[in-house]
Design a protein around this ligand. Sequence first.
Ligand SMILES: NC(=O)c1ccc[n+]([C@@H]2O[C@H](COP(=O)([O-])OP(=O)(O)OC[C@H]3O[C@@H](n4cnc5c(N)ncnc54)[C@H](OP(=O)(O)O)[C@@H]3O)[C@@H](O)[C@H]2O)c1
Length: 240
Amino acid sequence: MRALSEGSGSVSAEEAVAALGLSEGGRPGLPRVVAIMVASIDGRATVDERSGGLGHPEDRALLRGLRAAADCVLVGTGTIAAEKYANLLDADQREARQAAGRTPHPILATLSRRGEFPWEVPVLGEEGVPKQLYSEREVELPANATETSLHVSDGGLRGALEHLHGERGVLSVACEGGPGVLRALLADDLVDDLLLTLAPLVVAGDGPTSLAGAALDPPAELRLAGVRRADDHLFLHYAR
Ligand SMILES: NC(=O)c1ccc[n+]([C@@H]2O[C@H](COP(=O)([O-])OP(=O)(O)OC[C@H]3O[C@@H](n4cnc5c(N)ncnc54)[C@H](OP(=O)(O)O)[C@@H]3O)[C@@H](O)[C@H]2O)c1
């Protein structure tokens, strides 16, 4: 599927990801951080407690393309649990990474200050997925925690990103939220790009919005770097 892009004709999700230039890395000492979220017109992040109901094939292509391009997928424990994370990449994406001399799978990074990780969710036991966990306290890893490293620190998200860059050689991070983690990243000026998909739905209710937590003071200000559309979904690219 190709989506319209303001000013530059038709651009696929793959081309939109390639245009981010993730291999160039981020600011000194940090990886490049690209956050990706989907929201309803009224800013809700879920329909029936999952984000899938807001999606569109082009949005799924963008998400999977971004994962495949990044060195690391960073996602909060709340999202891993709610969305029952598994099979982040397709077999052909793993093969393409390997053919390009990269690891078949990006590092999956997640963090819980309390040290409470949703071990029952498939991705945390998935073979072939390197996992990097961050916590403020020691955690006993269960037997199914394969290829899992734990870093204990009170350095928050900045500390985790510095660790990913400095110790794991990560140049690019795809952050899939959720609302708690995205707020913390924006509050600490750690987001370089925000890919926001706007679904043509009005949801209301009291489900999560794109960001959770206290108001940002002052609000984080971003620049609109690109607009695409596919059917009635809008794809907004904001940059720092
Ligand atoms: N529409 C979308 O694109 C989208 C994307 C992702 C998620 N979602 C939805 O969002 C919901 C989950 O939201 P959520 O806010 O619970 O998930 P989250 O942001 O994925 O995870 C929050 C958890 O992350 C941990 N955490 C570690 N450091 C943190 C920090 N500095 N700030 C905030 N949290 C930190 C916290 O555990 P500790 O308290 O142990 O530190 C907290 O419970 C689900 O319904 C999911 O479907 C929607």
